[in-house]
Every structure is written in C-alpha cells, then in structure tokens.
Design a protein around this ligand. Structure first.
Ligand SMILES: [Zn+2]
Length: 594
C-alpha cells in the first residue's frame, strides 16, 4: 500500500490510486470498485479511436490532444533533482547501492511490459519520430509508463484506444466477466490464476497461468544476480539475508520468506525494498503485483526523532478529547515506522504521481505473522512541499502568515498523521469486537483520514503544552496544516483524503478558525480559535467512531461536505501550481565513478 497524498494526489485521481490504504481488504475493494468503472476494451474500439486521431510529425495523438496540450501535461510535473549524502557510504556500500540501482532498472523494464504488451514497440516508434509532438509524447510516456494518462482516469493521449483493464497481466480482449465465469466453471484453476505472481494467458478455449519466474525469467535472473552481488557487499546481515531471499524468490516465485526477511531488517543504513508489490495496475481483479523498487538510506536522526514521538503514544491516547471509557489505553501493537532518504526508485512507483510513503508487505499471511512496516520517504515529501505546497501557500495564505508555512512543521504533521491512525478507538465501545471500520462501512475511510489529521494536530498541541514543542512551532503547524487542506481538496473530494479535508475546511470556516478575505481571495488562520476548533472536531470524529454511529457520520459528512464558493474560487487560482514532481536521481551520475 502506498501513500501519494499528502502532500499531493492526482488532479483527477483515479480512486484506486489516491488513497492511503490501511487494511489490505480495503485495497482490494478499491481496486475492484475502480475496475467496475473501466470500460472493457474491444478491438473495434481501438480501430475507431485510431481513425479519429490527429497525426503530428509521425506521432498519432488521441483525439482532442495536440502538441501544446501534451507539453502542458508534461509541465504538471515539476522537475526535481533527488540527491543524497553519499559520504554516508563506504566503498563497499557504494558498490552495493550501484548493484541495487542496476537491479532496479531491470525491474523497471519488466514493469513496462506489465502495464501493456504494446509498450515496448510504441516506445521504439516514439524514439524515431520527430517534431514537438514527438518530444512531448516521449516525455509524457516516460512519466506515465505507457500511452494512457494516469492523471486523467487513464484516458489515452496517444491514439491507441482505451487501456486494457487487465494491463499486461491478462489477455487484452479478456473481460472480467469472461474470466470470472471461466473460473466458476474451473475452480481448480482459481488459485494459480488469481495468484499475485502469475500472468494469465489464453489456452485453447480457456485460460492458463504462467508464473512471473517463467514469464520474466531472463530478466529476473539478471536482477537476482545483482541482488546477490549487493548481498555480498552490505555489512548488515539482516539486509544481506533479505537480498538473498529475494533473489531466491525471483526464481522460485514464492515471496513469503523474503517478505518475512524484509520485516526483520534492523540497525541498517542501506534500506532496499525491491520486488513485486502493489496491485493497482490490475483493474480486472486487483490481484497481480507490479515490480518496483525503492533504494533508500535510513536516516538515524530522523528515525530517532520519530521514535521519541512514538514513545509518547500512550500519553497521547490518554489526552484524546473524549471520555476515558472510549480510549484504547491498552492497545497491544503499533506497526513500526521508519524514515528514509530515497536514493533511487524504479518500476510501478515511478509511474505517474510519486510515492511519498508506503506500508508493506501486502501479503496478509506475513502481516499476521510479522506485522507491517510504514516507510516515510523524507526527501520526496520535502521535494513535494517545495514544489507544490509552498507555491499554494504563496497564492492563498494571508501575506502576514505565509511565512509560517514551513517544511519542518508540515513534515511533523505528516508524521503525526500516520501515528494518529493508531490513536483512538479501533472497536466500538461496549460491542463484542465490532470494528469501527465495519460499523461505519463506506463512510469510514474519509472520517478516519480526517481523524488522523486533526488528532495528529491535537496531539502536537498536547506535546507543546508539555514543552516538547515551542508555541511558535505549534503556530506554524496550524498555518501549514490549513495550507495543506487546499492542496488536498484540489484533487477532488470524491476520494477519502479529499473528502476528509473538505469537512475540516468547512468546520474551520464555520468556527471562524479560517477567515477568508473576499477582496484578496486569501485566507487567514485565527490562531486562538483554531486550537479549539481542532480539538472539537477531533472529539466529533472520535465519538462517531467510538459509538460506531453510521447515521451520525453520514449527517456530519452531509453537513460539511459541500464545496463553499470561497474554496472553489481559491482552487481555481492554483492552475499554474504543479500537480506532482518529476524526479531525476543524482545517484545515476555519481555511480559512474563508483
Ligand atoms: Zn492517512
């Protein structure tokens, strides 16, 4: 599961890609919901689309797209250089990182085939085409990993027709209905066909499954060699064990042991996450895992700071603005969080909007046995803050307060948001194990995201009152948080984060905590009122959760779920602000001399 937001999500986010997915079940449910909305592609659709296309310099653009428009789409992604402190690595460490980056590129190449079987030929075609349309198309292809716009519900920008719902995992003309009815008639094949790690092909008048180890065999062997090379170079034994186990998994197609090994990595500097993970690309069933890689360095100082926050969790639970009977004071387990610097990323995560945090592994058996781990990519969060949140604040926050919007408080509130998911009731008070999620059903996600926001900020106020943070820092937290609400609702309020942000914004507006200036179109934060407004809203959310009040949750969402005109106008002024970043990784240059 990955987090793309905050601080950014796509302008028109496909539902399945823009949410933080907490329980695994929710991730599958979302993938399936999104697949229902995807039109099955037939060869006839493709021919129609191709005929209406516009040809520019040998590139066949989709209808309604021209070179300028495509250039504008590329410009939605602000270029940013991603560097890191190479002096942290000794000579062997550098060689290990180099091997890991090379292995990542191999997986990146596999991912291109996982998106679509036609990708490779299309990329070659684009490489030889000339003119401005070709150049923009090459750039956008390199961002989107294919001819469909991930910011625009996967609509094609090149004349290739709709994206096959089964991406490169299933036969292109196979529909979900056909696959489902075949599986019902052949239940003995269900396990292999619905495996995370197989592709599905036609066989006779039915289907068969081929393991990744066979389908991508040569490349996985090459990646395995590089992982073993890196394993021989890293000092940390737990990292070496993971890399060895992962290399074995590429051949055996069994990823369980290597996922367990990944969970057991500790006291390390080089922190690799590499393999088949997320299932978002599979819009047929949401089963097939895409290859990706995060090569990162653990930040010991940041991780320690985070651990200090984690150590306060019991007192933060006790300080929640609800009666004690609803507090979960003997919570047994919180999943570990680590803070890292991203050195390199490849495959699925590089496509479209860039990941800023992830929670892995996805395999429910491993999660049951080992828990899961949340990883925050600190330098990616910072890059998005600089390129997106700061420009938004410059346009929309009162000039006297805009200086309060700062990376440090913003970043701290992103961290406490993640921690705050682990605060408050998990179960409805007095029920026999009824989870809040089950009680609030489809209304849960938006309320839980908004709860994490306000309980997080409330917790920072609690810590400030105890002298852990200064009053000045807390002020900057409030203003930065309000600025981030504009960023959040900008991308649509039909998705859990966006909806949760809109409720907060309307609540703050109603309570005079955020004050619009109708002349300038900017907003001022009332620093006295916002304190109480945050705690009161935290109380509302927590009580709805504690009592499992499905109807009350609906009423709150209804009352605070409309876009006010001041907000619509504000969002309209953000047109020039980038939607996301387009990273260039400096490690590529550095490693030439390693
Ligand atoms: Zn969240």
């Amino acid at each position: 599961m990955r987090t793309l937001s905050p601080p950014t999500a796509p302008r028109q986010a496909p539902v399945a890609r823009a949410t933080t997915r907490h329980p695994l079940a929710a991730s599958f449910a979302l993938a399936i919901v999104s697949s229902i909305g995807t039109t099955a592609c037939s060869p006839a659709d493709r021919a129609d689309e191709a005929e209406s296309a516009v040809e520019e310099g040998g590139v066949r653009l989709a209808e309604g797209i021209d070179a300028t428009g495509l250039r504008e789409r590329v410009a939605q992604f602000a270029p940013v250089e991603i560097g890191f402190d190479a002096s942290l690595l000794d000579e062997r460490g550098r060689r290990a990182v180099k091997a890991l980056v090379e292995a990542s590129d191999v997986l990146d190449d596999i991912f291109l085939d996982q998106v679509w079987s036609g990708n490779r030929a299309l990329r070659e075609e684009l490489a030889t085409a000339g003119g401005p349309a070709a150049e923009a198309a090459r750039d956008y292809f390199s961002i989107m990993y294919g001819p469909w716009d991930r910011l625009d519900h996967d609509r094609p920008y090149l004349a290739v027709g709709p994206k096959p719902p089964g991406a490169g995992y299933y036969p292109e003309d196979a529909t979900r209905e056909e696959l489902e009815s075949w599986l019902e008639a052949h239940p003995g094949h269900r396990k292999e066909l619905t495996s995370y790690f197989t592709v599905v092909r036609r066989a006779g008048d039915g289907f068969e499954a081929a393991p990744y180890s066979e389908t991508y065999g040569d490349r996985l062997e090459q990646a395995a060699r590089l992982l073993r090379e890196a394993a021989g170079l890293v000092d940390n034994r737990t990292v070496a064990r993971f890399l060895q186990a992962r290399a074995d998994a590429f051949a055996s197609n069994d990823y369980f042991d290597s996922d367990v090994a990944w969970m057991r990595i500790h006291d390390n500097l080089i922190d690799p996450t590499i393999g088949p993970y997320e299932v978002y690309e599979d819009n047929v069933f949401g089963y097939k895992a895409a290859f990706e890689s995060f090569i990162t360095l653990r930040d010991p100082a940041e991780s320690e700071r985070l651990e200090r926050l984690v150590a306060h969790m019991p007192e933060l639970e006790a300080a929640l603005p609800i009666p004690d009977e609803h507090k979960y004071l003997d919570r047994p387990f919180t999943s570990p969080i680590s803070v890292v610097t991203e050195v390199y990323a490849a495959g699925d995560t590089r496509s479209g909007v860039q990941t800023l945090a992830f929670n892995l592994p996805n395999d429910a058996r491993v999660r049951e046995q080992e828990g899961s781990k949340k990883v925050m990519l600190a330098n990616i969060i910072e890059a998005k803050f600089d390129k997106i949140l700061r420009p938004i604040a410059d346009l929309l926050i009162d000039p006297e307060q805009v200086g309060e919007v700062d990376f440090e408080p913003f970043y701290t509130s992103v961290l406490v948001h993640e921690l705050a998911h682990g605060l408050g009731p998990d179960y409805v008070t007095g029920s026999d194990g009824l989870t809040v999620n089950a009680a609030l059903k489809e209304r849960y996600s938006a309320i839980e995201e908004a709860k994490a926001d306000v309980v997080g900020v409330h917790s920072l106020a609690t810590l400030a009152a105890r002298g852990e943070y200064s009053e000045e820092f807390l002020r900057r937290v409030y203003v930065s948080h309000v600025a981030s609400l504009f960023r959040c609702v900008r991308f649509g309020v039909t998705e859990a984060h966006g909806e949760g942000c809109l409720i907060q914004f309307n609540w703050f507006l109603e309570h005079g905590a955020v004050v619009p200036d109708t002349t300038s179109g900017r907003f001022r934060v009332d620093l006295e009122r916002i304190r109480a407004a945050v705690s009161d809203l935290a109380h509302e959310f927590l009580m709805l959760q504690a009592t499992g009040d499905y109807q009350g949750t609906g009423e709150l969402m209804e009352r605070y779920g409309d876009m006010p005109a001041v907000l619509t106008d504000a969002i309209a002024r953000l047109d020039e602000v980038p939607v996301d970043i387009r990273p260039t990784y400096l490690v590529k240059e550095m490693m030439e001399s390693w």
